[in-house]
Design a protein around this ligand. Structure first.
Ligand code: CMC
Length: 428
């Protein structure tokens, strides 16, 4: 018996299961052969299940570490930019100068949407949530690029990857413009990725907009921090949808839908709303008590994480970015930032949060930065989706390229009725 194997005993019969080692992190027990013994593992919510192998992102939740392709997030946030990070996520290595220029050039020159898509936007109610619009328009791109459905063709996959990375910011910006009843602003090829997004949001045909470099850098950093996060709910959704070889635009639309929820990408919107509701430092205690009271149904939004049981490294970078942005704008006394800092301090000293190992996550501070950039709350999750697109695409492509591909098909523990006979309507 191999001492590294796990042994499971079912009805007294031992079953040996091999363990698999990753390059970092805990080993996993390979349960793939269990089905042939007539049993399955049960793990709703994937609390202890690795759904795939991946070489893209590594998180150590105990220590609060996040690496993209081995590079610590702190170094990337400080020294890189979001397109370089996208290149890294897709290709596994940082680009050299010529590769970087070519990559930036390709993304920059695919930012326009097909003109017919304007009619799609115009079909929505003006008050449609930007995420509802994004889910639809991203999915609808499959109809504009039907050749993208051939996902076994690496060249087609590559074209779709660039189209998504380049066009999703335009979709996000236009979903906002449409909300506001304003004309759509076309992307500008002279601008960088984050600058161009700010431009599309804030420029109008009557008024030019010159992006402030500090603010554009802060937004770029938000894009970097949100670019990937291993097998989170939306990324797993993209992989699940893609596992059937569905069209890539449809898969990214599925991921966008999953991200929308308040327990995932919607938390930045809820975190800022919570800080606004708290309104004053004197009311923090009341909200902390509500979060501790299980009957209240209230949680501190922007706190806690399935994987991080220590400080989310992205939250620390975001806190620093808050300082930089608010300083640049002369908003040193921003009341919401003061509430956030104090709330973090109080919660981190509270036994409930200490025992449950609940720390601020990336969404706790990102809302304050986005608000300072003049971005409305309803756009926060859309920006998360925009940023995560780079990672979703990398994970989707990795899944398709990995040999031995299988459609995702979880099993279940059936708890419904046993076989029974149909009774005609008159006899029920
Ligand atoms: N405030 C108060 N209590 C909390 C909180 C919170 N924010 N988060 C978790 N808890 C408690 C929870 O009540 C539970 O207590 P008990 O064990 O007594 O029942 C315990 O901590 C574990 O919580 P859980 O919901 O079982 O943990 P999870 O891993 O399933 O959920 C989470 C993780 C992020 C959904 C959760 O912490 C949460 O709802 N946080 C608020 C929403 C939020 O900030 N989401 C953004 C996540 S980061 C961005 C992203 O990756 O999408």
């Amino acid at each position: 018996m191999n001492p590294r194997n796990a042994t499971l005993s079912i009805d007294g019969k031992p079953i040996e299961l091999p363990t698999l080692d990753g390059s970092l992190g805990p080993a996993v027990v390979d349960t793939r052969t269990l089905g042939s013994h007539g049993c399955y593992t049960y793990d709703p919510g994937f609390l202890s299940t690795a759904s795939c192998s991946s070489g893209i992102t590594y998180i150590d939740g105990e220590q609060g570490l996040l690496y993209y392709r081995g590079y610590p997030i702190e170094q990337l946030a400080e020294k890189s930019d979001c397109l370089e990070v996208a290149y890294l996520l897709w290709h596994g290595e940082l680009p050299d100068a010529a590769q970087k220029r070519a990559f930036d050039q390709l993304v920059t020159h695919h930012t326009m949407l097909h003109d017919q898509m304007l009619s799609l936007f115009k079909g929505f109610r003006r008050d449609a949530h930007p995420m509802a619009v994004m889910v639809s328009i991203i999915g609808a791109m499959a109809a504009f690029y039907p050749e993208s459905s051939d996902v076994t063709d690496a060249q087609q996959r590559g074209i779709s990857m660039f189209r998504l990375l380049a066009k999703v910011p335009t979709v996000a910006a236009w979903s906002y413009k449409y909300n506001q009843g304003m004309p759509f602003t076309y992307p500008q090829n002279r601008l960088g990725y984050a600058e161009n997004f700010l431009y599309m949001l804030h420029a109008t045909p009557c008024e030019d907009y010159v992006p402030n470099p500090t603010l554009a850098r802060a937004l770029d950093r938000i894009f970097i921090l949100h670019a990937d996060h291993e097998q989170n709910a939306s990324t797993s959704t993209v992989r699940m949808a893609g596992s059937s070889y569905a069209n890539p635009f449809a898969c990214i639309a599925a991921g966008t839908a999953c991200l929308w929820g308040p327990l995932h990408g919607g938390a930045n919107e809820s975190a800022l709303a919570m800080l606004e509701e708290i309104g004053d430092i004197s009311r923090i205690g009341e909200f902390v008590n509500r979060a501790k009271d299980k009957t209240s149904g209230f949680r501190l939004m922007g706190f806690g994480h399935r994987v991080y049981k220590n400080m989310d490294p992205r939250a620390a970078i975001m806190r620093q970015t808050c300082h930089e942005v608010l300083d640049e704008l002369g908003l040193h006394d921003d009341p919401l930032f003061k509430i956030a800092l104090k709330l973090e301090k109080i919660a981190l000293e509270d036994d409930y949060f200490i025992e449950k190992r609940l720390y601020p996550n990336v969404d706790f501070y990102s809302g304050i930065v986005l608000r300072a950039l003049g971005i409305p709350t309803s756009m926060f999750t859309a920006i998360f989706a925009l940023a995560r697109t780079a990672g979703w695409i990398a994970q989707w492509n990795e899944m398709i390229e990995t040999p031995g591909h299988k459609i995702a098909r979880p099993r279940q523990l059936y708890t419904g009725p046993q076989r029974r006979e149909f009774v005609g309507i008159g006899e029920r």
